[in-house]
Design a protein around this ligand. Structure first.
Ligand code: 5GP
Ligand code: ZN
Length: 111
C-alpha cells in the first residue's frame, strides 16, 4: 500500500469505487474517462509503480488471467488491452493497470 496512490486507495475500498471484478489478488473497475463504450482497468491489489516493477510471473498471471473471466462476465469477445509504461508512453497513474476497451473499432498502430 502506497498511501498517496489513488489506485491503492481504490483497491483498499477507500473511495467507494464500484468493482466489476474482484479476487484475492486483483480488482477491476470502470475507467473514470472511458475511451470506448466498454473501458475498464485491471489492477493488482499490491502496489507496483509500473510494468517495470513487476518481477514475478505470478503477478502478471494474476492480472492477465483475470481479463478473460471479466470479458466473459461482460459478454465481450473482442477487446483492446493496453499497458502504458512511463510518461512518454502515456502513463499517468503510477500503479500498474491494464486498460481493457471494447465496443468500437480500434486502429493499429495505436497513437
Ligand atoms: P494511464 O494514463 O496511466 O495509462 O491510465 C490511467 C487511467 O486511470 C486513465 O484512463 C484515467 O481516466 C483513469 N483514472 C484516473 N483516476 C481515476 C479514478 O480515480 N477512478 C477511475 N475509475 N479511473 C481513474
Ligand atoms: Zn498503488
Amino acid at each position: 500500500m502506497s498511501s498517496d496512490c489513488i489506485f491503492c486507495k481504490i483497491a483498499n475500498k477507500e473511495l467507494n469505487t464500484e468493482f466489476i471484478y474482484e479476487d484475492d489478488k486483483v480488482v477491476a473497475f470502470n475507467d473514470l474517462s472511458p475511451q470506448a463504450p466498454v473501458h475498464f482497468l485491471v489492477i493488482p491489489k499490491k502496489h507496483y509503480s509500473s510494468m517495470n516493477d513487476i518481477t514475478s510471473k505470478e503477478a502478471f498471471g494474476d492480472i492477465f488471467s483475470a481479463i478473460p473471466k471479466i470479458a466473459e462476465k461482460l459478454g465481450i469477445k473482442e477487446y483492446r488491452t493496453v499497458v502504458n509504461t512511463g510518461v512518454s508512453a502515456g502513463q499517468t497513474v503510477f500503479h500498474i493497470h491494464v486498460h481493457v476497451m471494447s465496443g468500437r473499432e480500434f486502429t493499429w498502430p495505436a497513437g
